[in-house]
Design a protein around this ligand. Structure first.
Ligand SMILES: Nc1ncnc2c1ncn2[C@@H]1O[C@H](COP(=O)(O)OP(=O)(O)O)[C@@H](O)[C@H]1O
Ligand SMILES: CC(=O)N[C@@H](CCC(=O)OP(=O)(O)O)C(=O)O
Length: 298
């Protein structure tokens, strides 16, 4: 009998044994994974992402996928000649913009992701917050103060919503049936209107509602960077407050980290901001010792 001491083969076996403690620790847990519109740029990345999600399900983890699509909504609005603007990272959403956002998110991106998961050998069902009463949205209220004055004025963002009630039963039903839920960040109000919800906010609210042990936010940067562009690997809520105050974080990173803080304060063990453009970033983060990206915990 011959023994195989081929170093390449041994390295493969080591990768698998390195994953063993994580496989044991995470079996049966729920992970909410948010796939940002910037991260899903190329089809190769989407294919890798879908494979990772299917692998999680295959090893007994319950992934719940929430996707974004900001750049894709922007491109469609441009094609249609509709102007778009953002306030505090949120898209001002009139009636036409809400219709386009729902078409792109629920119609295009959601089904594309479901298709990639099917191609990777998994079963997914694509829904939005509207389905089975998953997310009831209420209108986001924002106020601003004019520079140099203390007078607050109301900013009308239109049909921008935030989740106010969540009935997660459909997610448990799907997960228990071996199906991966893929969720578009759209909700319906008690008024019957369609609301456009920031995808990070949606993912954080769902992570809290299902008692997820991990929230992963896949974006287009290696994680949270300091002023010298070095990766910050570990952050606590107090550090994030400081980074926001001293201007280290700005733009879309502010709502993203607010979401992480809410999720960990609601009982999620950890939230991770990581680079969705890196092939198999999710697997490397979950199943290897070095991890990737920025880990946020209380
Ligand atoms: N300190 C920081 N570290 C990393 N990214 C930052 C930081 N401050 C601001 N950003 C910005 O946040 C962006 C990620 O947020 P966003 O554009 O909303 O991503 P997504 O579409 O994936 O949700 C990055 O592309 C970067 O431009
Ligand atoms: C209210 C609001 O801003 N909604 C977002 C929803 C999509 C999203 O959040 O996508 P990303 O994660 O790719 O940025 C929008 O219209 O762009």
């Amino acid at each position: 009998m011959t023994h195989n001491h081929d170093p390449a083969m041994l390295a493969k076996a080591e990768t698998l044994t390195e994953a063993l403690p994580y496989l044991q620790r995470y079996a049966g847990k729920t992970f909410v994974v948010k796939y940002g519109g910037h991260a899903m740029g190329d089809p190769e990345a989407a294919r890798d992402f879908a494979e990772d999600v299917v692998l999680l399900k295959a090893v007994g983890i319950n992934p719940v996928v929430v996707h974004g699509g900001g750049p894709q909504i922007g491109a469609m609005l441009k094609q249609l000649g509709v102007e778009s603007s953002f306030i505090d990272g949120l898209r001002v959403t009139d009636k036409v913009t809400a219709e386009v956002a729902e078409m792109v998110l629920s119609g295009k991106i959601n089904k594309e992701l479901v298709g990639w998961i099917a191609a990777a050998g998994g079963k997914a069902i694509g829904i939005s917050g509207k389905d089975a009463g998953l997310v009831t949205a209420t209108k986001v209220e924002r106020t601003t103060k004019d520079p140099g004055s203390n007078i607050e004025s109301v900013v009308d963002l239109g049909f921008v919503g935030e989740p106010s009630e969540i009935d997660a039963s459909i997610l448990y039903t799907l997960s228990a049936a071996g199906i991966i839920p893929v969720i578009a960040p759209i909700g319906v109000g008690k008024d019957g209107h369609t609301y456009n919800i920031n995808a990070d906010t949606m993912a954080g609210a769902l992570a809290a509602a299902v008692g997820a042990s991990r929230l992963f936010l896949l974006t287009d940067v290696p994680g949270v960077l300091d002023k010298d562009k070095n990766l910050l690997t570990d952050l606590r809520p107090a550090d994030i407050k400081q980074l926001a105050q001293d201007g280290t974080i700005s733009g879309g990173m502010i709502p993203k980290l607010e979401t992480c803080v809410h999720a960990v304060e609601a009982g999620c063990e950890a939230a991770v901001v990581l680079d969705g453009r890196v092939p198999h970033a999710l697997l490397l983060e979950i199943f290897t010792a070095q991890g990737a990206g920025t880990l946020i915990r209380v």
